[in-house]
Design a protein around this ligand. Structure first.
Ligand code: GUN
Length: 295
């Protein structure tokens, strides 16, 4: 029988811990942590992610500022706003919600963010520092996955970990963290992607699988071994008549099938997504306390 890696339970615990810490900071006369979020346009997914981030700030006792631009905002204007936030000493950290409209270079925007305020951990300085094990902001999904492994005391040392997906914000940093020295790292990591041959054979050797390819219900029971630990990063919205919103979130793992063989498995929703959300709060708290790059 599998055990659920309960992202809802753990993220609630962490939010409570953060809120308690903020309370202590207030009592010590410190400034309230402040996250700013830039959103461009009205993409449904982005709107709901951003609403979640603002709500999480409230729960944690943070100040938040939402900055909205219409779809036709120029790159120059957006860069101006990034620069303003870089210099605003009241803002501890900020993010620019992705994706951005096609006429704006996401890379240019990310690189314009002061890496000391880059609580998304997307800036090349943070990515580079992560790769050599220096203190940095770690992007929220990989950080959330590692936290989940830690809280459930899942052994990673010497384990075969297979990461499916090679994105800059999930696959690559997750692989990097799992191979780092010390717990929850020290794993032997294989990164698979759309061009991988023998994916099934590779997955069947895995003690831990992180599925982050964005293909609903891709991973099936015949692709895993007994006792495998499954981390499902997928959050594809599929149309549904069963929900008010008109869609349902589907993971990259066929849960009911794979759960028959897993020792631990994350649900979707209620798994990695909530851990991602709380990791941004954790990064914002670190920024407010100056714990990564000082103040
Ligand atoms: N779009 C989807 N996920 C993210 C995220 O973690 N950060 C930002 N800035 N945009 C996103």
């Amino acid at each position: 029988m599998y055990k659920l890696l309960d992202g809802k339970l753990i993220s609630e615990q962490i939010k409570t811990e953060i809120a308690e810490e903020v309370k202590r900071m207030m009592e010590a006369g410190m400034k309230r942590p402040h996250l700013a979020v830039i959103i461009v346009g009205h993409d449904g997914g982005s709107e709901s992610y951003v609403a979640g981030k603002i709500k999480d700030c409230e729960t944690c006792g943070f100040q938040s500022t939402l900055i909205r631009f219409e779809e036709d905002v120029t790159e120059e204007r957006l860069l101006e706003e990034v620069d303003r936030l870089n210099r605003d000493s009241d803002v501890d950290g900020f993010i620019v919600q992705l994706p951005l409209p096609k006429h704006i270079s996401e890379q240019k925007i990310i690189e314009a963010i002061d890496y000391r305020k880059d609580v998304d951990g997307f800036h090349p300085i943070n990515v580079g520092r992560l790769s050599i094990g220096l203190p940095c902001y770690i992007s929220a999904t990989p950080a959330g996955i590692m936290e989940l492994l830690k809280r459930y005391q899942i052994e990673t040392c010497g384990k075969n970990c297979v990461v499916i997906g090679r994105s800059n914000i999930v696959g690559k940093p997750t692989a990097m963290l799992l191979m780092q020295k010390g717990y929850p790292g020290d794993a032997t990591v294989t990164v698979c992607h759309s061009r991988t041959q023998n994916l099934k054979e590779i997955c069947r050797e895995a003690d831990i699988i992180v599925a982050a390819l964005g293909q609903p219900e891709f991973l099936k029971a015949d692709m895993v071994k007994d006792g495998v630990v499954i981390i499902d990063v997928g959050t594809t919205r599929v149309p549904s008549t069963e929900t008010k919103s008109g869609f349902k979130l589907k993971g990259d793992v066929d849960f009911n099938d794979v759960a028959t063989k897993a020792s631990y498995i994350t649900p979707v929703p209620g798994g990695v997504g909530l851990m991602t959300r709380v990791s941004l709060m954790k990064n914002t708290l670190l920024a407010a306390k100056g714990e990564i790059y000082g103040k």
